[in-house]
Each structure stands twice: as C-alpha cells, then as structure tokens.
Design a binder for this molecule. Sequence first.
Ligand code: PLP
Length: 379
Amino acid sequence: MTDLSSLPLRDSLRGQSPYGAPQLDVPYMLNTNENTHPVPQAVAEAITARVAKVAGGLNRYPDREFTELREHLAAYLGHGITPEQVWAANGSNEVLQQILQAFGGPGRTLLSFLPSYSMYPLLANGTDTAFVDGGRAADHTLSAEHAAALVREHRPNVVFLASPNNPTGTALGLDVIEAIYAAQAQNEAEGGHGAMVVVDEAYAEFALAGTDSALTLLRGRERLIVTRTMSKAFALAGARLGYLAADAAVADALRLVRLPYHLSAVTQATAIAALERVDELLETVEDIKGQRDRIVAELTGMGLVPAVSDSNFVFFGRLADAHAVWEALLERGVLVRDVGIPHHLRVTAGTEEETTAFLDALREIVEQDPAVVSAVDAD
Ligand SMILES: *Cc1c(COP(=O)(O)O)cnc(C)c1O
C-alpha cells in the first residue's frame, strides 16, 4: 500500500483530517448526540414490514423523486409546507453537501460562525468552497448586528447557521436569521449577489418552550432553507435520512447535483414507516428533555456553567482542564465529547440510567479533587 501523501490528491485536501468523533465501545456513549433510546419495538417491526415489502423489488431502481416520502415529510413539518418544497438525502450532511455543490463551489464563499458544527468547514473544503468564520461573542452567542455586518462585509454565497448551535446547544433568535436574510438581500439589491441562508435545525424537536422554528420564516423568503434530520429525536441515526424545506426552486437546484436514485428503496421504506408511527417514535423526546434539564441543574450545583440548551446535549464550562476530566470520565466508562474548546465539554442527555452514570462519575471526580472546577470563568 502506498501512503496518502504520495497520492495525487487535490491541494485543498492535503493535510486535512476526516470527521472523526471517537467510536469507542464503552458502557455509556454520550458523545455524538444520538437518541440513546433504542427504536421502540413496534416501530422497528413496522420498519421491518415496510422493508420486507420492497425487498423483492430491489432489482429496480427506486423512485428517484421519493414522492411518497416527501408527502410524509411535508405533513410532519406542517406550517403549510407542500411536498414540492421538501427535499431529502442520506443524512442532513448530504443535504448540506448538495447545497454547497449547487450554490457554493470554486470562487464562492460559505460564511458560518464558529464554534459550530465541525462538518461545515469540511463540507466547504470537499466542494472547494472558501470558508469564512464570522466568529461569535466570548459567551458563544451570535447577535443580529454582528451576523448581519459579517454578511455585508464578506458577501457570501451561502450562510450556514446551526440552531440550536452545536456544540453549544442554544437556539438562535429568529431576529438573527431575519437580519442575516435582510443583509444578503441588501447585498443583492446593490448589484451584487445574494446568499442562500441555511438554518440547520437538527435538534428542533428538543427546543425549549417559546423557541420558534425558522420554518415560520419560510413564506416569502426564497433564499431561506431549513434542514432537519431523523438522526436525533427520531432515534434513526443509522438509517441516514436528512431533509429540508425551502422554496420549491431549491429542490430543482439540488436535482442538478444529486446522484441518480440517491435515496435507496430501503431508506425510503424505513423513513416512511417511521413517519407513519411518528408519535410513538417521538415519545422519548420529553424524557430526554427532562434528563437534559436535570444535567443543567446538577452541573450548576457542582459549580460548573452549562449553556442554555434547546437540544439533547449540554455544553458546560469552568473546568480547569477539560481534557483531564474527559479522560477521568472515560476511565469510569462514560464517553463525552471534548470539542477542543478550552475549559468546556459536551455531553448527550441519554436515558435516566445513562444520565445518572454521567452525573455520578463527574460528581466523584469533582469530590476527589475540587480544583477540577476553576474558581473563575477562565474563558
Ligand atoms: C447531528 C447533526 C446533524 C445530523 O447530521 P445527519 O447527517 O443528518 O446525521 C446535522 N447538523 C448538526 C448541527 C448536527 O449536530
């Protein structure tokens, strides 16, 4: 075997590392924000039955337009969204990649605001789209003024916004999205080009009361795209199904870059069966939100500083040495995420038992050495 550096790789990929959240086999895997509850038995059986029905027809290519699936997705989203406004792919990551293939690319720019989802720069790189980091305030929030000013300054072709943000967990106010949208419209009105504004709502189902979805902003905004996924609340990360809602012309744009028959008949059958049982499938969401709120409360009690969470995970700060705590938790069988932000870690809210295991392990670590929690906010 030769080595990577000797292959005639594109320059933009040289020296890059692939996405790589550790997949370690430990008792408590709380590092990639999946729904840790298994798929309910009745839903698993419904999926099996649907897949069995299509299995005999796998000699043929699947419905390229995944018409029935788009109907189910539109009905689930509500807000008057029609099937023509829906698009889907193998995970929202593929949806985001298709958006960059269609609207980004060589000579074009993606603006996002880091720290955010670690895939955004990688997707930009893979499509040869220049990536601009607009940054955030010291407390990781993003204001409408700052975001709009960055859109005016950099005149991007695409903007990626995670709401709630990952790794921090907090949703964006709709005012921030409106300001970004208005700024790109102003860029275009001045004779330049506008931007596709993408709101990645991977965790929308876990939102706190009073947090509104960007779906409410779609009407009249042809450049706005809201992406969702079945990987988190739906407990179907293994099925790989992400989707979006936008103006119907956006789906037409993505038809130009999608691979033919990109959604397999098995994937379509799985997602349709899940959507037919959506109430049952989402039954764990309230429980997970309860565990999330419990984590926030108990971490605060330990002297740590958790961020507001509209998601199924909690980002918390004021650790003297975050990586040492990450290791100490792993020694106790609990895998959380070190996202590389000093003094902070991120943990997924799991089942009650998993959450208890995490909190007990962390409490033990803090009790053994209270200096684990720093006295001042060391941001
Ligand atoms: C987990 C996550 C996704 C999900 O990606 P899929 O490809 O749908 O599994 C998308 N965006 C963010 C911000 C996430 O954290």
